[in-house]
Design a protein around this ligand. Sequence first.
Ligand code: NAI
Length: 411
Amino acid sequence: MNATATSYPRNKIKILLLENISDAAVAELETGGYHEISRLGGALSEAELIEAVKGVHLIGIRSKTHISRAVIDAADKLLAIGAFCIGVNQIDLQAATEKGVAVFNAPYSNTRSVAELVIGLCVMLIRKIADKNAAAHRGEWLKEAKGSYELRGKTLGIIGYGNIGSQVSIMAEAMGMQVVYFDIAIKLPHGNAKQIRELSDLLEQSDIVTLHVPSNATTRNMMNAETLHKMRKGSILINYSRGDVVDLEALKTAIDEGQIVGAAVDVFPLEPEKNGDPFETVLQNLPNVILTPHIGGSTEEAQANIGLDVTSKLIKYLEFGTSEGSHTVPPVSLPPQAGTHRILHIHQNIPGVLGEINSRLSARGINIVGQYLKTNETIGYVILDIDSALSKDAFEILKDIDGTIKTRMIY
Ligand code: NAI
């Protein structure tokens, strides 16, 4: 399959992009030959979306557009939704699954942005820059070395050694730190980092602890009065993960007591909806505490990476049926075969569909060159590579199979 050989002319693919999706994404789509692109600056209401999605094959959104079941029902041609952001909870994933609409996002595009900032914060906090900066702005000269340290030789404890945690690990070692990490899964270390089996051991050994875990039942308030007191007296805590991972009242108490002497927090249990809305936290006005408005991953580079990542997933899904990374259509990836046409069949996950496909194709004497099936609880997704001479017949048969939700042919 190349840029010119396609059963679905790219100029007939209608794309709707909302919420100022990056120019990098649009450029990537245009390079791929997709020019039927409508761009809107903001989000749309449900009623507006219901009108706007008619006839659209791809829709791109960010976090403010809610794609409800009613919107998905109204989207008569929709093949995929690109969430040009980290989360997908603004989309009714069950409705999208039932309709066989693939949903892609870019969960790891801002890894580097968070990791770099965490290293910067380690330096700022261990040198008490927040207080010295505030004093200088007030006209006070706070020159002193007491209580300020280098990072070199200190121990960084990383909780959650996934994409961000492991990237922080590499950079922290480059700063001369020793790195220990705690993760519920066994994770291979980068450099000389060491995995610690007990959280309490990590807390006891670390001068700075940084959290990079998801929000779930195992992480909720994992830093609480008890765990904060397991940390070294005079240590530092950074939370750039999720707002419910640290008990902020307990952190305030630990700071008031001098147990913790510095903290950086970017994520909060309750965050304002938009810029300008009031924001309150018990951590305000505490010494050597750096508060930021959930900007850990917010950089120009991350936005551009998100654009490229989601766009390439959408194009691969359109042109090859590759659904890896989709939250709805089961993940299938199969290299295209020469001399074949590819049929993509999404069906309800009911027993016997694959058997029915195979027996009806073989009854018609149609040979399957390549086949791959994956299912989830709701739907099954099968990719079939069929001899190009017989693909039209095969396509007609597949459209007719009981339980069919969507059938596409690509060549
Ligand atoms: P990831 O999924 O790559 O890594 C998470 C790691 O935490 C995994 O290795 C997992 O095994 C581990 N983990 C899960 N439960 C655990 C537990 N109870 N104890 C110890 N380890 C546990 O995630 P990634 O991309 O590294 O992101 C980490 C966090 O950072 C996420 O919560 C994400 O939402 C947040 N984040 C925040 C941003 C911001 O702007 N502040 C930007 C990007 C991500």
